[in-house]
Design a protein around this ligand. Sequence first.
Ligand SMILES: Nc1nc2c(ncn2[C@@H]2O[C@H](COP(=O)(O)OP(=O)(O)OP(=O)(O)O)[C@@H](O)[C@H]2O)c(=O)[nH]1
Ligand SMILES: [Mg+2]
Length: 248
Amino acid sequence: MDIMFLGPAGSGKTSLVHSFSQWIICNQDRSVSCINLDPGAEYLPYKADFDIRKFFTIESIMKEEKLGPNGAFLRAMEKMVEMKDKIKPEIERIKADFRLIDLPGQLEPFLFYSGEEIISYFDKKRMLGLFLIPAEMFNPKGIAIAELLSLIVRLKLEIPTINVLTKVDLARNAEEIESFLKYPEKLRRVLEKIEGGMEKDLAIIASRLVEKIAREQRIVKTSAKTGEGMKDLYDICYEIFCTCGDLR
Ligand SMILES: Nc1nc2c(ncn2[C@@H]2O[C@H](COP(=O)(O)OP(=O)(O)OP(=O)(O)O)[C@@H](O)[C@H]2O)c(=O)[nH]1
Ligand SMILES: [Mg+2]
């Protein structure tokens, strides 16, 4: 199966690709490949079996096309699509039970400029998205926003997604947040009590939407630092795709 690591900038995608791949290698009789699709990555802790930086980096585009970092990022997303004939066959050559795909943190341009096209480089039927919600967003309003972002990803890419709390070693209230995500009506009740005008109303509307669409979802709490949650993450991925013996 192919697992896309999506989430806001700095949410821990690269670190989780590394720690999850290590965990699978050490604990399961399954092969793993890592695919880096972030042209802006400086350092990767894992060995990438495919690395988009072989074709271009944000830095190379900035120099060659005299662009600033944001313009270069948009150009990079375009290039990923333009170079489909080169990139797709290389990705297809990578055979593994688990292919972990590291994506850029600039979620919005990725989703709206190239996401759907890039999904077509993979077999959508074996694709799962993990939407990472980092400890930094661990407060009721942040959680409502993260849930909305996760829904946008699902809507745009049309792949199943699960929400994954990351950096839980940094959070003092991970259990509470987990219960907000599991039972969205709890989140709404908390948001209803906070002070505020329009912002509060918006947060409540957001949480109602989440409540309607994503009720009682399963959540995984992870830390790339302590290794917490890797088995839970594996189990949930495995369950989604493999209960019918369909680990492709
Ligand atoms: N304490 C702690 N820090 C973490 C964890 N995971 C990542 N970090 C730190 O968070 C920062 C961002 O981690 P990355 O893995 O680079 O996050 P990313 O989502 O790949 O970032 P971008 O690709 O730039 O969007 C780094 O300083 C990591 O060391 C974790 O589980 N616990
Ligand atoms: Mg990264």
